[in-house]
Design a protein around this ligand. Structure first.
Ligand code: UDP
Length: 466
């Protein structure tokens, strides 16, 4: 009998795509090592979720409090406050029921560090907490320093070279504008700033700190942070079929807030020569201005490569008039626009040679792990920080630069994509990407750095529960 067989853990995800995906994958890894996992998502019944494949774990929906409240009438502050109050009550109710019904209820709650209130709920119910950080170590370290008051807001350079943080040395690659947007524009999203800093308000009470990264990628930060607290990099959290192939049926993230147009994408990609297409996506939340959409559309239309562009339904109205019509009329099958796709399927398709991305952390890890060179166009939150590391440290992409009006022109986009697809720098970047792909695979394969940490976490949980 597997030693972990009857041991149950609860996992609480934050209900946005970029937070659900990594925790869901981590849960599947735990299940593959014998733990029984119940995966909780606070979400209103009004939102539809596409559950594709997560059979090794049990998914449960708990209320986010928005069943009878019009979320779009609230400010972000009001929205987040309401979410926190409702979701914490739902979590309490769930745990109480769970504890009264089961003989061996879960003793561990793994929670998204953005929902740090969940740790208090776990402790009140006699459980241990494991914080799961879905962002990079660099970004988490910055928020920690700001929370501690070591780095003061507004940010200021501390030396003549414009550095804001010089320890560990890896941080010195970041200029003032490369810091996460929430600590630069401090007045823009105060409620989100409170959350990202709040992650560190109670984290020392968590028994484990799990990070969706791999030691090799952020080695210096992982070592540095490891001197301050005990942490476990467990990533990249990407379906096994793309990595070590040890988990049967783990071919997809499995839980999507948007409906992917998978077939149309595959059909289109299959019709393209190897490495001839650019995949363009800005993730699940970022929103581009109308001017920017127009420049992007013009750059994509005039470049040599084919393109597959994800424009979410809420962004569609910003596409230039006639753009779709012209695409359809053109007989060269130059581009395809979809509302959502299965990103991993697209990135791993042989016809894709470049990923034009907002540099969300999952997208970054996916590009690295699948070996796809990037053109990065960060928008907000942690994206500028990720983009700096992509270009300067891991050397797997080029960054487009905005003009004096803050817009990235079509010519700039076209020239960066051409350089990646055909240029000398592109060749070097592809080589680096392929090296990272191997490193990432090794990290999650048997005995790799992240696999060992996952195994250690499971052993800790088993010891605690037996
Ligand atoms: N994604 C997807 N299809 C799309 C666009 C994105 O499946 O058309 C997935 C992508 O694989 C990633 C997640 O959505 O896992 C987005 O997370 P990320 O951290 O990159 O960006 P965010 O959406 O949080 O800004």
């Amino acid at each position: 009998m597997h030693p972990a067989k009857d041991i149950h853990v609860l996992v609480l995800a934050h209900p946005v795509q970029g937070h659900i995906n990594p925790m869901l994958q981590f849960s599947k890894r735990l299940a593959s090592k014998g733990l029984k996992v119940t995966f909780l998502i606070p979400i209103s019944t009004k939102k539809s979720l596409n559950l594709v494949n997560a059979s090794s774990i049990q998914v449960e929906y708990i209320s986010d409090g928005f069943d009878n409240v019009e979320a779009d009438k609230l400010s972000i502050d009001e929205y987040l406050d309401h979410f926190r109050l409702s979701a914490s009550q739902s979590l309490r109710d769930f745990i109480q029921k769970h504890q009264s019904c089961l003989e061996n209820p879960a003793k561990v709650l793994i929670y998204d560090s953005f929902d740090y209130w969940a740790l208090n709920v776990a402790i009140q119910h006699g459980m241990h907490g494991a914080a799961f950080f879905t962002q990079s170590c660099v970004v988490s370290w910055i928020y920690y320093l700001v929370h501690q008051g070591t780095v003061k807001l507004p940010l200021e350079a501390v030396d003549g070279q414009g550095r804001v943080v010089s320890d560990p040395p890896a941080m010195s690659v970041l200029g003032l504008n490369d810091f996460p947007s929430f600590v630069i524009d401090v007045d823009k999203y105060p409620a989100i700033l409170k959350i990202v800093l709040g992650q560190f308000s109670n984290f020392r009470k968590a028994k484990w700190l799990l990070f969706n990264t791999l030691s090799e990628l952020e080695e210096e930060l992982v070592n540095w942070m490891g001197n301050h607290w005990s942490m476990m990099p467990v990533g990249p959290t990407i379906p096994s079929v793309y990595m070590d192939k040890r988990l049967e049926d783990d071919t997809d993230y499995g839980l999507s807030l948007f409906k992917p147009e998978a077939e149309a994408c595959l059909r289109w990609l299959d019709s393209k020569p190897p490495r001839s297409a650019v995949y363009v996506s800005f993730g699940s939340l970022a929103s581009l201005g109308e001017d920017q959409m127009e420049e992007l559309a013009s750059g994509l239309r005039s470049m040599k490569s084919h393109f597959l562009w994800v424009v979410r339904e809420s962004e569609e109205k910003k596409l230039p008039p006639n753009f779709m019509q012209e695409l359809e009329l053109g007989n060269d099958n130059k581009g395809l626009v979809v509302r959502w796709c299965n990103q991993l399927q697209v990135l791993s398709h042989g016809s894709v040679g470049c990923f034009m991305s907002h540099c969300g952390w999952n997208s970054t890890l996916e590009a690295l792990s699948l070996g796809v060179p990037m053109v990065v166009m960060p928008q907000w939150t942690d994206q500028p920080t990720n983009a700096t590391f992509v270009v300067e440290v891991w050397k797997v992409g080029l960054r487009v630069r905005a003009n004096e009006k803050g817009v990235v022109t079509g010519e700039e986009i076209e020239s960066c994509i051409d350089e990646i697809m055909d240029g000398e720098r592109g060749k070097k970047i592809r080589e680096n990407s392929l090296r990272w792909k191997e490193t990432a695979k090794r990290a999650v394969d048997e005995g790799g750095s992240s696999d060992k940490n996952i195994q250690e976490f499971v052993s800790n949980v088993v010891d605690l529960c037996t």
